[in-house]
Design a protein around this ligand. Structure first.
Ligand SMILES: Nc1ncnc2c1ncn2[C@@H]1O[C@H](COP(=O)(O)OP(=O)(O)OP(=O)(O)O)[C@@H](O)[C@H]1O
Ligand SMILES: [Mg+2]
Length: 445
């Protein structure tokens, strides 16, 4: 990667083209800038992963002869999969880092004997994004308008929110950003939607990502009109697509791995394996934390006593072979297919005999039943937001839905029933970054 200081003319440090919008998402991240009034998105690719304007917020750490090698985004996936293919002991694939920002108990983690703070890990992803953007945009990047959720996952108090934001700012600073402005992610999406307006509207934005569901109601005029943006209300929920994945694991995958199985013994009602092990399975990136001697011993002894030992054997193999990413991919494929089909296959088979081999069909109606608690909370949050803003649904001119999880039909229908014919959507994976870039250009021009 060329250094921006040596290979490029540094030019002025301000101006629309020099400030970017960054959506650091729980699952995916995007970077955008405005050039001559148009949005340009950073596009990342690798030899085996096709170019995309939204890249996975992933970090992969592997042991190398001279220390620890790290790679991010599509490069992280590529290296992780190649280690698996070559039968190497894979390194650590880390994701959903954004979800830990408010957690005071998670200050960092030990990887291959080295301690990393959460800010270190996040800044590593941000550094690569910044450098890739400098390369593509051909100018130095130190200023950014950065998205933040209305409510961080796990934040219970205002102090938690401030704590999370302070850590996120520190990670951006560590990655070389000197001017960082935060903006609510749904407002980012609103600015992007604003560029399509021809007359003023009162809009409700719903941004459903991997970790959070965020809402805003605001009045907007066409871009560059004298109409002031006015935010009438915001709300946030600390869950989204990751929670839907967890429901699929709980209802479909865990039972195939013995979550409802019992152990032989004096007390026949004793579960074969403690429930906390399955809880870890529901967040796929926790799976690698299960590969400890203690857990492997629990599973080996449970297998001997279990009424259905083959299920515990399959769980043991999943943990030993660290197949969390592959399992998660299988869950995602099914979930994504259910967004446009009434039923979809779920196929997962591990590379070796004894690993889980689960092939079944999932009906959309079952999936919707599994995610009912989340759907109810989303609906309640929308209703409360309208009440708080003192706006009946008919006062909303348009609803703009964005984020990958807004593609789930049951999520959309919450809005279609309340706001018939007024729901619109678009640029599910990049609208937040595009809007943040517009905001960045506005504040620096
Ligand atoms: N077609 C689809 N149907 C259902 N879910 C989908 C689809 N495509 C992607 N998703 C889900 O969308 C989520 C990712 O969306 P997005 O990239 O908007 O999140 P993010 O911005 O990284 O997260 P957050 O905004 O919460 O920080 C994942 O949970 C993914 O499984
Ligand atoms: Mg998002």
């Amino acid at each position: 990667m060329p250094s921006p200081d040596t290979k490029h003319d540094p030019g002025p440090a301000v101006g629309p083209a020099y400030a970017v919008g960054i959506d650091f998402g729980t699952t995916n991240s995007s970077v955008a800038r405005i050039v001559n009034g148009h949005v340009e998105l950073l596009t990342l690719s690798t030899p085996t992963i096709k170019p995309s304007p939204s890249s996975r917020s992933l970090l992969y750490l592997e042991k190398a002869p001279k220390g620890i090698l790290s790679s991010t985004g599509p490069h992280a996936i590529e290296r992780y999969l190649s280690a698996h293919r070559e039968g190497d002991r894979p390194g650590r694939l880390i994701q959903s880092l954004k979800s830990y920002l408010p957690s005071r108990s998670l200050t960092g983690t030990e990887v291959f004997g080295r301690h990393y703070t959460l800010e270190d890990l996040i800044s590593r992803i941000l550094l690569d994004l910044r450098q890739a953007a400098e390369h593509q945009f051909n100018h130095p990047i130190t200023r950014a308008t950065v998205g933040r959720p209305v409510r961080f996952v796990g934040a219970e108090t205002e102090e938690d929110e401030t704590f999370a934001l302070t850590r996120l700012r520190a990670a951006f600073t560590r990655a070389g950003f000197t001017h960082i402005d935060f903006e609510y992610e749904p407002l980012g999406a609103a600015y992007s939607y604003q560029s399509t307006l021809t007359h003023p509207e009162t809009i409700l934005i719903g941004d459903f990502g991997g970790g959070t569901s965020d809402f805003s109601i605001l009045t907007l005029g066409p871009l560059h009109s004298s109409q002031e943006r006015q935010v009438l209300g915001t709300a946030g929920l600390p869950f989204a697509g990751d929670a839907f994945d967890a429901r699929i694991i709980r209802n479909l995958v865990s039972p195939a791995l013995g979550s409802n199985s019992f152990a032989l013994g004096l007390n026949k009602t004793l579960p074969a394996v403690p429930a906390w092990i399955y809880a870890n399975l529901e967040r796929w990136h926790y799976l690698s934390f299960l590969r400890t001697r203690n857990v492997l011993e629990i599973l080996t002894s449970a297998q001997k006593r279990a009424i259905e030992p083959e299920k515990i054997q399959a769980l043991l193999a999943l943990v030993e072979e660290d197949l969390g990413y592959q399992l998660h991919q299988a869950v995602q494929r099914t979930k994504v297919a259910l967004s446009h089909e009434e039923e979809a296959p779920f196929n997962f088979s591990g590379p070796d005999a004894g690993t889980m081999d689960l092939r079944t069909t999932v009906h959309r109606a079952d999936f919707e039943r599994w995610i009912t608690p989340e759907l109810l909370q989303i609906a309640e949050t929308v209703d409360t937001l309208l009440e708080t803003a003192k706006l009946p649904p008919q006062k909303i001119d348009r609803v703009f839905l964005t984020g990958g999880t807004s593609l789930v039909p049951a999520v959309r229908s919450i809005f279609e029933t309340r706001f018939p014919t007024r729901v619109t959507a678009g640029d599910e994976f990049t609208s937040v970054a595009q809007g943040l870039a517009l905001k960045a250009a506005e504040t620096t021009s």
